[in-house]
Design a binder for this molecule. Structure first.
Ligand SMILES: [Zn+2]
Length: 440
């Protein structure tokens, strides 16, 4: 039987690949044998199995499917920006086989029924494992604790009011205590709104020059510090979302050294872009947390390199063109990121000498899976065959046509990036491949 992109058999081999495992890229040619959605075997060499077709993917890197701990799929309530189905398409195009959705939909995901709703939409689309988070507070209003136990039972993998911080330290403390009993992390959107006020970009040289209200680093630093101390006191697992300041990185580094159960993520835009990008008032560079100063960008990259920051998460935040054409101070915060995340990592971290390719791939695979405590992000015999084929040296230009999200608000439009996702497989099934996959 022949192997073709149009018709993937239930059992097949992928051969000639460089295997990315445990932070290393195999020097010898390796293979993956998939049978009924599971890994039959994986290793070095080029085996032939009687009657089993082989895809010769010479020269490509084969890695576990990517895991994103932070996406906004906007369903229900804002389907004009994104749906679980369209977001899953974008995820597959970016090499992701698992994504964790944020609960700031309309209505918010703050009860077991809504958690099941998101899971069902994900199963329906079938392109990605969609794992919802539940809100910490009822209606994300920051007043009353939501039904965390029922949501965990329904399948919520973490709790967060993301999009907004939990202003009350008492409520956050209670949430951490419950989440500890349930064995799931609390994810903090670390921001002190009384410090930020109506700020719309990083407070510094460029906000002054552009005449825009600034968002001080202290807002993020203070909130990160508070939540880490609450997690320390309660012995709970805190996950810090979208770390963007050198101060936060230092606070997390120290807490980890002291044994606090804290993990953290950083977005591609925060380890690559600086606040000077806002100089033309383009809302494509407006996000929360904002793009900051060169030393913050370097600190985030260093944090990923030394493990202070566990993983890369996109904070994929789709918005319609109409909204992103508003004036800078009026436009909503956020950019999409699923389709470009890996390439931004290769271009800025690997080419920039901060991380080698094996470590970068860990930031997309085993490290985020470990944050969630899920048996994903690895390829092992008997495990689910979630994997990607990567052309790590291939350059491509980010155009609107190269994006699969329902929205087009990428901060990397027009940029030439290095590193391309050639194909993505979920449980052995093809969920994405380049238009004309030239292998080898
Ligand atoms: Zn957030």
């Amino acid at each position: 039987m022949e192997w073709s992109w149009q018709r993937i058999p239930a059992e097949y081999l992928v051969t000639g690949v460089k295997l990315a495992q445990g932070g290393k890229i195999g020097a010898r040619k390796g293979f993956l044998h998939v049978k009924k959605g599971r890994v039959e075997s994986i290793g070095a060499g080029t085996p032939t199995v009687e009657g089993v077709p082989a895809l010769a993917a010479d020269g490509l890197v084969l890695a576990p499917g990517f895991v994103d701990t932070h996406v906004h799929f906007r369903e229900p309530g804002q389907e004009e920006k994104e749906t679980v189905a369209s977001g899953s398409r974008a995820a597959a195009a970016g090499g992701f086989t698992t994504v964790v959705t944020m609960p700031n939909t309309d209505p918010p995901i703050d009860n077991a029924g809504m958690v099941r709703y998101v899971i069902d939409r994900g199963v329906e689309s079938g392109l990605c494992r969609v794992l919802p988070t539940g809100a910490i507070s009822v209606g994300r209003k920051g007043e009353t604790l939501a039904e965390l136990g029922a949501m965990a039972e329904a399948g919520a993998v973490a709790f967060t009011d993301d999009g907004s911080p939990v202003a009350s330290g008492k409520l956050m403390s209670n949430a951490l205590k419950y989440a500890r009993l349930l064995g799931v992390p609390i994810m903090t959107h670390a921001e002190d709104l009384t410090i930020v006020g109506d700020g719309c970009m990083h407070a510094g040289y460029w906000s002054t020059r552009l005449g825009l209200p600034g968002m001080a680093r202290a807002s993020e630093d203070a909130a990160t510090f508070r939540d880490i101390e609450l997690a320390r006191a309660g012995g709970a697992h805190l996950h810090v979302a979208h770390v963007s300041t050198r101060g936060s990185v230092a606070i997390i580094r120290r807490a980890k050294a002291e044994g606090v159960r804290v993990t953290a993520e950083a977005t591609p835009h925060h380890f690559s872009l600086e606040h000077s990008r806002c100089r033309d008032y383009s809302p494509l560079f407006k996000m929360n947390p904002p793009l900051r100063e060169p030393e913050d960008v370097a600190a985030v990259a260093d944090g990923l390199a030394d493990g202070t920051i566990d993983c890369i998460a996109t904070d994929h935040a789709p918005h319609t063109a109409t909204e992103k054409e508003l004036q800078f101070d009026q436009a909503p915060f956020g950019v999409i990121g699923l389709e470009t995340a890996f390439a931004v990592g290769v271009t800025y971290l690997v080419e920039g000498g901060k991380l080698d390719l094996g470590r970068l791939i860990q930031c997309f695979t085993e490290r985020p899976a470990a944050v969630l405590g899920l048996p994903l992000g690895r390829l092992e015999e008997g495990g689910e065959a979630d994997f990607v084929l990567l052309a790590t040296d291939r350059e491509w230009v980010v155009t609107p046509a190269s994006l699969r999200s329902r929205s087009r608000n990428s901060a990397f439009l027009g940029e030439t990036l290095k590193g391309q996702v050639v194909a993505t497989f979920l449980r052995g099934r093809l969920t994405w491949h380049q238009e004309e996959p030239s292998l080898g």
